[in-house]
Design a protein around this ligand. Sequence first.
Ligand code: ASP
Length: 439
Amino acid sequence: MTKVVKFGGSSLASAEQFKKVKEIITAEESRRFVVPSAPGKRFSADTKVTDMLYGCYDLAAKGRDFSTEFSAIKDRYYGIINELGIELSLEDEFNTIKACFIGKAGRDYAASRGEYLNGIVLAKYLGYNFVDAADVIYFNEQGQFDGKKTNKILSEKLAGMENAVVPGFYGSMPNDTIKTFSRGGSDITGSIVAAAVNADLYENWTDVSGFLTCDPRIINNPAPITIITYKELRELSYMGATVLHEDAIFPVRKAGIPINIKNTNKPEDVGTMIVESTSQKPAYTITGIAGKKGFTVINIEKDMMNAEIGFGRKVLEVFEKNGICFEHMPSGIDTMSVVVHQAEFADKEQEILAGLHRNCHPDTIDIETDLALIAVVGRAMKSNRGTAGRIFSALAHAHVNVKMIDQGSSELNVIVGVAEQDFEAANKAIYDIFVETKL
Ligand code: ASP
C-alpha cells in the first residue's frame, strides 16, 4: 500500500504543526511520499510565507531595498528549524534566493521558494529524500502542465526511492525557469505525485475535516460529507465549496485513485473520501449545497424564437465576441436567459446590449442583477422522486421567490436562482428540509 500525503500551509505553519505532521506520517508506513505547501498562517492576522515572498520580490523588482522583508521570511524558517531542534542551515539557499531576487528571476520563482525551502526542512525533519519539483514537474512552451513528460520522469525518479518529499506548487519551463500553478496549487502537485507512483490513496491534509453539506458561515456546524463522487464535487466546487484546488482532481481521477481530505488538527476524523463512483448511499438525498452571489441574468424575448434557426448561436456569439463566459442558459419558448458573472458583464454591458439588438433583433431585453445561484447536488437525486418538489416547497415556506431553475441533464444537481438578499434564507430552507429532517 502506498499513500501520497499532501499537507497544506496551515498544517506546516509552525514547529508545533510540523510535529503533528510527523506523527501522522510515521503512524503508517504506507505514507511514503509527502508534498508540502509553504508555511501558512499561524493565526488569522498572520501572513502566509507565499504572500511574504510575493511582497518581497515586488520590492526587489522595483529596485527597492527588501532586506527587512527578506529577514522576516528567514525568521519564519529559522523559527521552525530551531524549535524542532534540527541541525540545518539554509544560508546557501537564502543567498542564492537573494541574488536571484536582485537578478529579477520572476514572481513565480519567488513564490515557489516557499515550498522549496519548506520541502528541505520537512525532508530533514522526517529523514526522507528531498526531490526538487523543478527536476520532476514540467510545463510546456505555452505554460501548460506537461503531464506526459512529468509522469515519465517523476515515476522513474520515485521508483527507486522508499520515501521522498516533493515540494508542491511549482515546476520548470522548457527554458529551465520556474513556473507555479495557480494559488493553492500544491494540491495539484500532490495529485500528480499520486498518479506517478500509482498510489492507492491521495491524502490531502488540511485544517478542516473535509467537505460539509453546507457553508458553515450560513449553517452552524453543518453535517460533514463522508463520501462524494468527483462529479458531485465538481458541481459543488464550481459554486465555491473550496477545500481542494479544482484542477487537483484530474491526475488522480484519470488513474482511478481516490482522494481523502483529512484534518491535521483532528486526525481521528474520517474526513471526506472523493471517489469515481460508489455504491454507498449518501446519508441524505442531497450530498451538499453550495452557492454564490454576484450573477446577472439577461432575459431576451422574441416571438417565434423557437422557429428561428440559429437564434441561440447569434445570442451567444455576442457574449463570445465580448469575451464573456456564460454560466447557465435556461430557456422558454419565446425567451432565452443568459446568466453571467455580474462583475465581468458590467464592463461590457452596453456593447453586449447593442450587439444583441443588432445580431438578434429581439422584442425586449431586460436585465436582472444581484442574483445568487444555489446548487443542490446529490447522486441520490436521480433515484428519489420529488426532490425538486421538496426544494421548491421549502423555498416557498421560507418566503423565497425562485427566479430561475436549471437542472443539469445528469440529474445530479438542481440550480436555483434567488435574489441575493434571500441567499442565506434559501440555503437554510434547503438544508433543513434534507439534512435536519434526514430526507
Ligand atoms: N503556497 C501556495 C499558495 O499559498 C500554494 C499552496 O499552498 O498550495 O497559494
